[in-house]
Design a binder for this molecule. Sequence first.
Ligand code: HEM
Length: 391
Amino acid sequence: MDDGLDLMGAREMADPSVLAQRLLSGDRCRLYEGFDPPFYIVSRYQDVNDVLLDPARFISGLGQGPNFIPPVGVVSDPPAHTFFRRLVQDDLKPGSIAKLRPRLEAIARELLDAVEDRDVWDVHDDLAFPLPVIIICEIFGIPTDDIHQFKLWSDASVAALSAQDPSAYESELLRMRGYILDLLRAKRGRMDDHSLLARIARARRDGIDISDEEAVGLTLQLFVAGNETTTSLITNFMWRMLSGDNLWADFRAGAIDLHKAINESLRFDPPLLGLFRTTACDVEIAGTRIPANTKVLTHYGAANRDPAVFERPDVFDVHRPIRKILSFGLGIHFCLGAELAKLEAQVTLSALRDRFPRLELVDDGERIGPFLFWGRRKLPIRHAGLGSIGQ
Ligand code: HEM
């Protein structure tokens, strides 16, 4: 069916509700031919749940994007997936993450110190981008000197995930792999180093060292998965709070429960609008037959606005009771960094509110590029009452 749906159209890219409404008012499972190779899209809450909870028929090992790529690290299927997930999950479990709070508070403080005297600064560049990168470097046990270089590489990875022609990013990605491989090699012989990167470097599976390719792939997945998305959570949240009626004032006055508000931000503005599975055999969804070896997009952005589950789904309601949202995925691939991401957002947003209660947007900034992602790569802001004078 070609009804003119364009996942990369200007209106769809500017506002996720446009695409969500189109998808939710159409067929439950639809073919999208605006990409090569074409893929199917599921958008209802229940259908997305069903696909994600059926990893035998809807596999991950051929990539989370629309292109077919070989399995690596956690983007794989059991038993390899189980091994790689176990290797890293201890560092990301709630108990380990809770211990990071004081360090996160200190990073947020330092970043806010640096903008204190500037009347206009950028929520993305000055706060939401560096904070998750610094903390993930510290979790890995690698220096934070190169975070701007990491950002360029991370952007290239994210762009390659949703690109029609991923080879355009190959040289950048090769440089990134080379850099990570050097770090892994440097850690490999240091038995007294218990950092996450050292453990990945020395990991053995069934008695055999994991390959360089596997170690690099896994490291990059954690690195990229944890940065762009958390950055977008923070920028999306600030954008809505500062553009919605009185929301920032209510937040400042303590009338908003941050935990609920972050959940609503993730529902309304998921940093990842959806990810792909590949059919392992012929399957049928809502009467539509999908052949084996076909890509299927599970659209979290639409599922999170399914009126069968969420009342008034297109209203950003920070007081909405918490219900299970799909922004962190579901099932065996459920996000390993969900606790960390939520803590990073809580610490950053509380620090911002306490330090600079009077803030206003300069403008709406810019959307990040790739169509599967949703966040602001620019969000200029000013201290209200300073920069606004005479501008
Ligand atoms: C708001 C921030 C975040 C969002 C929206 C997000 C979203 C997601 C989603 C949707 C998945 C499921 C992938 C799939 O089903 O194929 C996922 C998996 C994953 N996430 Fe996150 N993520 C966030 C933050 C983080 C952070 C901070 C880290 C780690 C430092 C992280 C690490 C991972 C890993 C390792 C996986 C793969 C798990 C597996 O396949 O078993 N994420 N994330």
